[in-house]
Ligand binder design. Sequence first.
Ligand code: MV4
Length: 519
Amino acid sequence: MFKKVLIANRGEIAVRVMRACREMGIKTVAVYSDVDREALHVRFADEAYPCGPPPARESYLIGKRIVEIAKKAGAEAIHPGYGFLAENGDFADLCASQGVVFIGPSGEVMRAMGDKVTARQTMERAGVPIVPGTTERLTDEAIARWVTDVGPPVMIKASAGGGGKGMRLVRSEKELSAAIARARSEAKSSFGDDSLYVEKFVEEPRHIEIQILADVHGDAVHLFERECSIQRRHQKVIEEAPGNRITPELRAKMGEAAVAAAKAVGYVGAGTCEFLVDARNHFYFLEMNTRVQVEHPITEAITGIDIVKAMIRVAAGEPLGLKQDELAIHGHAIEARIYAEDPDNNFVPSPGEILVYRPAAGPGVRVDSGVYQNARVTVFYDPMVAKLVTWGRDRAEAIERLRRALSEFVVKGIKTSIPFHQKLVHHPLFLEGRYDTGFIEQHMGGGKGPGRAAASSDRSFGRSEEDLEARRVAFMMAAIVAYRRDKQRGLASASAPAGGGQDPWKSFGRRSQMRGGLR
Ligand code: MV4
């Protein structure tokens, strides 16, 4: 096993990976940009090194520098988290060539999955159902011929795209030529690759994804599904596991398809197969994510498997040691992503200092977060503040706990999406589990705030006694906090800006002498 791992990321996922490392007796190395000197992930790490200016492309995305830091610190492996370098095949290759283990699949596998046309070809050969459509890069004329043949509606997609980027819905043939032109120029400017393909449009689809784990010995298992249809502009808002209206038969078939997909490419590590599921419960492979995902904790909650520890173990060459028929679903889990965004103002980012931070806790509650009280949310990175995950013996209990946890979660100083979640978890269709990818657009006023449809439902949602109580408590806490902060600033020496001995996080990290000019 590795003795030391560098975490090439920040925020909650860096902290999450460090927790896994600490349980495994592995030393952790953080990297941080200039605005992240005092970030939680730096405080959690055994050692920390600066990696550049605030913009990620000048710090967290400089693969060469990150690998140099890993070598200098004596880390044998790098965990990329999600985002940044996580799905960069060239970075995985660079690690390999420098003798550092990349915790994830090979660069070759990442490129094969990153290119959607190649992925569709691979899946078709492996017997995994793909969305009906083409498996070649097409000229404008070939696209037009295909659409005339099968008829609209169709989706024109960029082969280098994914996650909704470079996609065009075509509902009638007269929209076609303009859509092709737009898709091609968007793909060219976003990805430097204007290859396009076409799919039949799947109406009212649900986004269901299957978590898989695979080792270097050819073993692979799936950890069942996550339902991720509640999205706003391709940004997931709430995820749950297991999925709604997923029968044991469908679950088994999708799980087998995902394992076949992993085996077809020689996958190693944790990965996710995304599927669209239509109203008739037909499922179609969409794309594979070759990283740990934001929403992995809900799968951990229902299976008891620590996905990050599994990733580290298989990267070190250890066997998975899991048998499919020994894995089972226990209860139900839901994740609400709490963003520093103003839900009443079209979800504009709300950066600033967090004046009060009182995360939810208690039975069945897990909070993964990269912030703390008095930390700053900047404009440089993803504005996610915390992931609130609740578990219950069944879906009803998971929802009860989510409502309770949302009502006790206090964040002051910045706006958050908590009020939006509070409305969402009282919506009849959510409670019934009858929703698809159109839910927020059609039933939450597009998530645009009270200026539109949401206004009428404001009164019935989110005015609970708990909320009022939380507000009173928050106000009192803010007063106490302001008092303490003023007092502390008066007393603190210049070399201990974060509060010295009163820092509640301080005891988590064994301090090292190697923190290159920190503090
Ligand atoms: C589709 C589709 C319908 N038909 N493809 C959006 C993100 C990208 N991964 C694929 N996406 C879609 N592809 C066909 N052929 C509908 C979507 C889609 C969607 C998918 C998953 C979750 C939310 C979504 C929201 C809008 C559209």
